[in-house]
Design a protein around this ligand. Structure first.
Ligand SMILES: Cc1cc2nc3c(=O)[nH]c(=O)nc-3n(C[C@H](O)[C@H](O)[C@H](O)COP(=O)(O)O)c2cc1C
Length: 374
């Protein structure tokens, strides 16, 4: 019986060959000008030839103050766009996966050292900057952010739109808006980090207003035949924080603005969060959003077994399944899942002889492209 995981899926004019997505994962490997480097060429190039339907590039800062750290990649200069075009060109030349990009602003969590250097805040003396946010509530342990007034909000929105235009000009297939994990857009959504007393704070409608305005402006700047999704928190895992009920209301509003899918993630708003982590722990969040908001969902979070990924789609919890750490641990995850589920995944012809079915085969019978389905 054909599986759901390896069935094609269409979002607007984009058809993915299967439902397997490489989740956006910061590589902390940009150069001093926040351009993509050879690391990105190797990392995304390798993933693009390894069978997933979609690879989403890491959180890419829309402006200098939107960087999580100094080694982020960005998309506010033409040179940054050129560096990403090189990565995209490689992925297109050798791989079959669709390629998306996550656009992000770090907000009050900006300017930190890389994880392997301890994640401490880096001030100007260390080449960092003072973070900005919608409210005067620092992320615990970090400095007080500069509060964005109306002009500041308009400027941030313009940066998101300009990055979207650059992503379109380079030819990305999909844009994902980062509105999770305590970064700028999510800090507006969560009552833990939004104390504004203007139209961008207060009740849920007020807290959603700025992220929705940004989404609408980006959607208008992005080609109508290409999909745009958004990563949302299903929970802050904190008393008094953002809830799954809130995420459903938010997803309904996004749907009205032409959002094509929501990826249900969680956490990152506060260090005291009480995460309840286990296999597929965020899948129920994707399910509720899908069922109640009627929007396609992407499930993510400890979905490492092929049968588990298949089940999330078969059960109707999600339309797409994203893998993060499992994918860097085993970049050929899609090939191995295809083998486990008796399916086929895109297979670079250069590697065709390594496919299990070819090990005892006559490789002289291989014709160019014959190994593409393995
Ligand atoms: C090294 C690393 C970097 C990450 N960077 C991002 C990111 O840029 N944007 C994002 O939305 N999530 C990011 N995440 C979260 C992953 O996309 C994913 O949601 C999370 O790791 C859970 O999925 P997994 O259990 O399959 O790894 C990152 C995770 C890791 C491990």
């Amino acid at each position: 019986m054909p599986t759901r995981l390896f069935s094609p899926y269409s979002l607007r004019g984009l058809t993915l060959s299967n439902r397997i997505v490489v989740s956006p994962m910061a590589q902390y490997s940009g150069n001093a000008a926040n351009e993509a480097t050879d690391w990105h060429l190797m990392h995304y190039g390798n993933l693009a030839v390894s069978g997933p339907g979609l690879v989403i590039l890491e959180a890419t800062a829309v402006e200098p103050r939107g960087r999580v750290g100094q080694y982020d990649i960005g998309l506010w200069t033409d040179a940054q766009a050129e560096s990403l075009k090189r990565v995209l060109g490689f992925c297109r030349q050798y791989g079959k996966a669709a390629i998306g990009i996550q656009l992000a602003h770090s907000g009050r969590k900006g300017s930190t050292a890389r994880p392997w250097e301890g994640l401490a805040y880096q001030g100007e003396a260390e080449g960092g900057f003072t973070p900005v946010s919608g409210s005067d509530i620092p992320y615990p342990g970090r400095p007080n952010p500069v509060v964005l007034d109306h002009a500041g909000l308009a400027e941030v929105k313009d940066y998101f739109v300009a990055a979207t235009r650059r992503a379109a000009a380079i030819g990305f297939d999909l844009v994902e808006v980062h509105a999770a994990h305590g970064y700028l857009l999510q800090s507006f959504l969560s009552p833990l980090s939004n104390s504004r007393n203007d139209e961008y704070g207060g009740d849920l409608a007020g807290r959603m207003r700025f992220p929705l305005e940004v989404f609408a402006a980006m959607r208008a700047a992005w080609p109508a035949d290409k999909p745009m999704g958004l990563r949302v928190n299903g929970s802050d895992w904190m008393e008094g924080g953002w809830t799954l009920d809130d995420a459903v209301v938010f997803a309904k509003a996004l749907k009205d603005l032409g959002c094509d899918y929501v990826c249900a993630s969680s956490g990152g708003s506060h260090p005291d969060q009480k995460l309840d982590v286990g296999p597929g722990y965020q899948v129920p969040m994707a399910r509720r959003i899908r069922e109640e908001a009627g929007l396609p969902t992407m499930a993510v979070g400890l979905i490492n077994e092929p049968a588990q990924a298949e089940q999330a789609i078969r059960d109707g919890a999600a339309d797409l399944v994203a893998l993060g750490r499992g994918m860097t641990y085993d970049p050929r995850w899609a090939w191995h899942a295809a083998e486990a589920l008796r399916e086929t995944a895109e297979f670079a012809p250069q590697y065709a002889r390594s496919h299990p079915t070819m090990r005892f085969g006559d490789f002289t019978k291989l014709v160019p492209g014959a190994g593409k389905k393995g």
